[in-house]
Design a protein around this ligand. Sequence first.
Ligand SMILES: [Zn+2]
Length: 72
Amino acid sequence: MPIRDGKRYCITHTKTRMSRTDNFKALSNVTGDAKSGSVDAQAGLVVMPFLCEECGYLELYVADRERFGSGE
Ligand SMILES: [Zn+2]
């Protein structure tokens, strides 16, 4: 999504700011075949979702404490 002045905007609604969801989420790795594999809860990535309230467009950023720890 476009970031202007540190604020995130929807890729479709370029005047609509995207809002950060309340919580960080985790993407877990799937081991084995992607359809029948099992989720490895120990291996994954913590992400921070941003959501456009107009269209539901969702984009994820890696939750990086240095960049986002200040409660932006
Ligand atoms: Zn949108």
